[in-house]
Design a protein around this ligand. Structure first.
Ligand code: AGP
Length: 609
């Protein structure tokens, strides 16, 4: 995610651009920039780091002019730097663009433009758009934009500005949000409503494929062929704080609901067009080298560790390589058996967790090759590791990690498929089948999010229990661990997860009448055993909330309640079963009046030991 703003009117543009970007920093904050037109020229100022670095940079020399655009970045292509910060221009400086999203075919377009003599300065996908505009422009700005949009593939919200046409800003929207704020003698553009809510509450919320031709006293909405579209004005009735959360009450709920898009974005560009395999070209290792490791260690903390447990299952099951998983705070002091034939994968949403960073450095000291799975481009862990694979979940603000977890699972699944192909451990038909199912996951997560009422009811009914147990076997156990952590950290309920086969070795002593037990039962190979464990706890009068795949009619014979998730391969079902557990934790925290986004004693990124 990134934050975009634009202004056209009679007042100086710069104050709104900076104020608007401040309101959008939750969308990305690794670098920022603004461009303002004045007297035939466009001045661009940009800076790596938080928005405050840009403000400092232009302090004392405000940009003059009443037409401008701005951007606060969450890097996907190209590390955070002054050069990679937006806005980006063409060779001549006549055209300036800001972008949120991913241009999937930017490499082929860049090669084509370089052959035509275009000079590039950044590593970003966005800069290609500015040069493409220069390349096709023949005097008609709007037509040139349509031509550009017909060439680029991927997701985008774009704002174009030109010193040849200082009376207009042109916006285009596809899969990433963009709104136009309607003023009096002035108009505003932003990725999200918080940036404009103090200026106007009358907006056009652009739809996919829609273009806005924004002048100071008019806004025309058209489709990508230039055909005008009748658009209704949307009047915003949120307060500013609610707007930052996209209308959700908390960032945690917003980020739970962002998972379909986060998962889709993380898959983007990484699946072969014919569905026959995955593309992890960003891994700078040859297949031969990646195939040479005889052992994998996965090291992480908290939720990232839980994702690592699922990653172990995937890599062992699909690529048949031995995998060990360890929490970073243990691994770093364990004198682990690691050598040049070991691949150590560290997982970290923030890329700054000190235990994980220390484990990474220890691994390198011991001679291992290291790969980081992280959500923050240019983070300490991203820079320290030999190779990096990014989740593209966008900033995760809530302390409780949700969309980071599901995108980590997706990345692990694709990595396991990639390694399986190298090791030749899967039939091509099985690879195609798994990829076809993988592509359906975003929609299935959306489906899982449609009916939250039963979960709200459970949260109200059991939210004041002081003990809750989660049980499962195989991958269900790994998800149970994540579900129990979610409940613990946001609702302060003492929740514990157990491999359900372990109950009789002690925990069963704690199962008394009325204690809630969340039982995950999706893994066919151990389904009957899980049912037996559910009967064990029911025999002690526990209340069982079952989590099952659609079509499972058996579980409801033993569980008090059952939540079904869409049917899919049992390898992929953790991406679905975790969602009701995230929602259960969220609504239990609401029931108990907890500070959901900032739970007591916890920090979003644990940068101390
Ligand atoms: C998870 O909800 C917690 N916020 C916490 O366990 C977190 O996963 C852990 O601190 C690791 O953070 P990281 O992914 O940024 O390294």
């Amino acid at each position: 995610m990134c934050g975009i703003v634009g202004y056209i009117g009679e007042k100086p543009a710069s104050p709104f651009l900076i104020e608007g970007l401040t309101k959008l920093e939750y969308r990305g904050y690794d670098s920022a920039g603004i461009a303002v037109y004045n007297d035939g020229n466009i001045r661009i100022e940009k800076s790596v780091g938080r928005l405050s670095s840009l403000v400092e940079k232009i302090d004392g020399e405000p940009l003059k002019g009443c037409l401008g655009i701005g951007h606060t970045r969450w890097a996907t292509h190209g590390r955070p730097s002054d050069l990679n910060a937006h806005p980006h221009t063409d060779c001549s400086g006549d055209f300036v663009v800001v972008h949120n999203g991913i241009i999937e075919n930017y490499l082929s377009l860049k090669e084509e433009l370089i052959e035509k003599g275009h000079q590039f300065h950044s590593e970003t996908d966005t800069e290609v758009v500015a040069h493409l505009l220069e390349d096709v422009y023949d005097g008609d700005f709007e037509e040139a934009v349509y031509s550009v949009l017909s060439r680029i593939e991927g997701s985008y919200s774009l704002v174009f500005m030109s010193k040849k046409h200082p009376d207009v800003l042109i916006c285009a929207k596809k899969e990433n949000p963009l709104v136009v704020g309607l003023g009096d003698g002035e108009n505003f553009i932003a990725s999200d409503i918080p940036a404009i809510i103090n200026k106007t509450r009358r907006t056009f919320i652009l739809g996919d494929g829609e273009i806005a031709i924004v002048k100071r006293d008019s806004v025309a909405i058209k489709n990508r062929r230039g055909v005008p579209i009748e658009k209704k004005v949307f009047t915003v009735n949120w307060n500013a704080e609610a707007a930052e959360k996209g209308g959700y009450e908390h960032f945690m709920l917003k980020e739970i609901h962002e998972q379909p898009k986060a998962v889709k974005d993380t898959m983007r560009e990484r699946i072969k067009k014919d569905g026959s395999g995955v593309l992890l070209g960003e891994l700078g290792w040859t297949s031969k080298f990646l195939g040479s490791f005889n052992k994998v260690y996965i090291v992480a903390c908290g939720t990232a560790y839980h994702a690592g447990l699922v990653g172990k299952f995937y890599i062992e099951k699909l690529a048949r390589i031995l995998v060990e998983v360890d929490v970073a705070s243990e691994f770093r002091y364990r004198n682990p058996i690691v050598d040049k034939n070991t691949l150590v994968i560290v997982v970290s949403q923030s890329g700054e967790t000190s235990d994980t960073l220390a484990a990474l450095k220890e691994s390198k000291r011991l001679g291992a090759k290291t790969l980081a799975l992280t959500n923050v481009v240019g983070s300490s862990i991203a820079r320290e590791a030999d190779q990096v694979l990014y989740t593209w979940a966008g900033p995760e603000i809530a302390v409780a990690s949700t969309k980071a977890y599901t995108t980590q699972l997706i990345l692990f699944f694709m990595l396991a498929l990639y390694m399986a192909e190298i090791k030749n451990t899967l039939q091509p038909a099985r690879v195609k089948e798994l990829i076809s199912l993988l592509k359906k996951v975003p929609a299935q997560i959306s489906e899982t999010l449609t009916d939250v009422e039963p979960i709200k009811t459970f949260a109200k009914r059991y939210g004041f229990n002081e003990d809750v147990f989660y049980i499962g076997r195989s991958l269900d156990y790994d998800v149970a661990l994540e579900g129990s952590l979610k409940l613990k950290e946001v609702s302060y309920i003492h929740a514990e997860a157990y491999a359900s086969g372990e109950l009789k070795h002690g925990t069963l002593a704690l199962i008394v009448e009325g204690v809630p037990v969340i039982a995950l039962a999706t893994q066919k190979s151990v389904y009957e055993k899980t049912l037996s464990n559910i009967k064990e706890v029911k025999a002690r009068d526990a209340v069982v909330i079952g989590i099952a795949a659609e079509g499972d009619e058996e579980l409801s014979k033993y569980a008090d309640h059952v939540i079904h998730v869409p049917e899919t391969d049992e390898l992929l079902i953790p991406l679905l079963t975790v969602v009701p557990l995230q929602l259960l934790a969220y609504y239990a925290a609401i029931t108990r009046g907890c500070d959901v986004d900032k739970p007591r004693n916890l920090a979003k990124s644990v940068t101390v030991e």
